[in-house]
Design a protein around this ligand. Structure first.
Ligand code: CA
Length: 228
């Protein structure tokens, strides 16, 4: 049981917030609920959560702003809840730094599975041995020990998921990796229902590292285009 794991649930619809909290508590998590943007930021500051379930439409300021503020203070895995598919598309396009998206209505079983996957990945990242090699491709430098990335000597501030995705692409330079495989390897998902999550993080990497670094192979996946 993951009794020491804290999940912050940010949702203004009380019935949904309660149902999510009940399910996550049954999974062994410690759950705190916040009903609006400012309360969410305040709660995360008071007791840093291990993961956040975050509704997009909130009073105060919205889930995008909550996501930005939380990630700016301390990287934390975030699962965003959206009302519609096109809302997910919009968020994916903005590359706000959420790790995963779910469209309402969703099953509580699926939600619990996604939260477990986020935390497994975060634990795997934290457990990586110190001192793995620094990867260098042309003007791109990936320092795995410090989890820092520089392009042409300028540091890019990546989210933990963006960093893991970049390292994964860099492990197979100039090889096209299917989105489904990236989803399985980086996010730890067995099914391919979340490939837009991959697109979102690729957009984030391009915005932060330049548009030329990652090539899209339409209908297939992505490749890191670098000199060896
Ligand atoms: Ca809402």
């Amino acid at each position: 049981m993951e009794t020491d794991r804290r999940v912050l649930v940010v949702e203004d619809e009380r019935t949904i917030a309660e149902a999510v909290a009940v399910r996550l508590r049954a999974e062994g998590f410690t759950v705190e609920v916040a009903g609006d943007g400012p309360a969410a930021v305040e709660a995360a500051r008071r007791t840093p959560p291990d993961a956040v379930v975050l509704d997009v439409m909130l009073p105060g300021f919205d889930g995008l702003e909550v996501c930005r503020r939380l990630q700016a203070e301390r990287p934390v895995p975030i699962l965003m809840l959206t009302a519609r598919d096109d809302e997910t598309d919009l968020l994916v396009g903005l590359a706000v730094g959420a790790d995963d998206y779910m469209v309402k209505p969703f099953s509580m079983r699926e939600l619990a599975a996604r939260v477990h996957a986020l935390l497994r990945r975060a634990a795997k990242t934290a457990a990586k041995p110190a001192g793995p090699p620094t990867l260098r491709f042309g003007d791109l430098e990936i320092n795995q020990a410090e989890r820092r990335v520089l392009r042409a000597g300028v540091e890019a501030h990546l989210t933990p998921t963006e960093f893991d995705l970049l390292v994964h692409l860099a492990a197979h330079p100039r090889t096209v990796l299917p989105r489904e495989r990236l989803l399985a390897d980086v996010w730890g998902w067995a099914d391919a229902s979340g490939t837009r999550t991959v697109d979102s993080h690729i957009k984030g990497l391009r915005r932060k590292l330049g548009p030329d670094l990652i090539r899209t192979v339409h209908g297939v996946g992505y490749a890191l285009e670098v000199e060896r």
